[in-house]
Design a protein around this ligand. Structure first.
Ligand SMILES: Nc1ncnc2c1ncn2[C@@H]1O[C@H](COP(=O)(O)OP(=O)(O)OP(=O)(O)O)[C@@H](O)[C@H]1O
Length: 305
């Protein structure tokens, strides 16, 4: 892939707050037209990274190129080419949907008179256009926020945990809009701590304590995670879990209903044999890895119980 195929390139990007390193020596390549996810728990540095890449926060050190421009010194130029949907609803609660949209259109100097009506129709907001934004449901607010973030047809769109306040149906609908934008050439960076959301990304980076632990397509990450997944079915899983986690090659064991999902280091050639002595009353089955398994292995099993 040549240089211009990447919309974002960072080298050693770092941001410190006092002694805390919020983003640590990050190297990132985001291909054009891709939906790229940052997956990580609260506080791992997702918002700090997005704020740096949008030019709102100065890096402590390192380099970043965004849309072919060095970030430092080009913040203003970039503003017209990028969109940003913040974690919190950042529009005016006491303005109507239409007033909010007109305001955003004016800020970005959008000349196209039909842009607002196109977005109202696309984002199913026509019925709400005279409603105060503050009185809308979570899903409607989120659609309005997205419509406003893309008012000026940005080439690159940043979404910071866009679906944390909405139900699964609204989350699915929201992702349909993201796929439409991506099909039309918009590159999208989305931060999330939801596995299902991360699985929809074309590529993603797993972050922990500001450090990139792994990156690639969800499929690549699952194929190369370095662990075998065994599902254990039976009763009294709580005490079994303790026995299993005492085995050195067991990376983690997490319960879901009547099953334990056990991750075993893939240097073990016969993982079922390894577990059999403590699992005599149980059914053992090797299953396909999920993105959550990748997350657990790349963060050393520290975030899932
Ligand atoms: N302005 C600031 N001053 C001091 N510390 C900060 C500042 N902004 C962020 N941090 C710290 O940097 C770390 C990363 O925060 P950040 O908001 O980037 O994480 P996040 O992954 O986006 O988390 P969340 O999902 O909870 O927003 C946290 O420990 C946070 O407390």
């Amino acid at each position: 892939m040549n240089e211009s195929s990447y919309v974002i390139e960072t080298q050693g990007l770092t941001r410190r707050f006092g002694d805390l390193v919020a983003v640590d020596d990050l190297n990132l390549l985001v291909p054009k037209g891709c939906i790229y996810g940052f997956l990580g728990p609260n506080g791992c540095g997702k918002s700090t990274l997005i704020r740096m890449l949008t030019g709102l926060l100065r890096p402590s050190s390192g380099e970043a190129t965004v849309l072919g421009l060095t970030l430092q010194g080009n913040e203003e130029l970039l503003k017209s080419r990028i969109g940003y949907m913040t974690q919190k609803f950042s529009l005016y609660d006491n303005l109507t949907v239409l007033e909010n949209m007109r305001f955003v259109a004016a800020i970005y100097g959008v000349k196209d008179k039909s842009r607002i009506s196109t977005l109202l129709a696309q984002y199913d907001l026509e019925q709400q256009q005279k409603q105060l934004a503050g009185t809308m449901s979570g899903g409607q607010k989120q659609r309005l926020a997205l419509a406003c973030a893309i008012m000026h047809c940005p080439e690159l769109l940043f979404l910071d945990e866009p679906t944390s306040a909405v139900d699964p149906q609204n989350r699915r609908d929201f992702w349909e809009h993201l796929f439409d934008l991506s099909e039309n050439g918009t590159t999208i960076l989305v931060s999330t701590h939801y596995m299902d959301e991360a699985e929809r990304c074309h590529q993603l980076a797993i972050l922990e304590n500001g450090i990139k632990r792994a990156d690639g397509t969800p499929r690549e990450l699952m194929q190369s995670m370095g662990a075998t997944v065994i599902e254990v079915t039976g009763n009294d899983l709580r005490s079994l879990k303790q026995k299993l986690t005492d085995i050195k090659a067991v990376i983690s064991a997490s319960q879901s209903g009547t099953r334990l999902r056990v991750l075993i280091d893939d240097s073990i050639a016969e993982p079922i044999k390894l577990l059999s002595p403590v699992c005599q009353q149980y059914k053992l089955e090797i299953v396909r890895p999920s993105l959550e398994d990748v997350f657990v292995t790349s963060t050393g099993g520290r975030h899932v119980g």
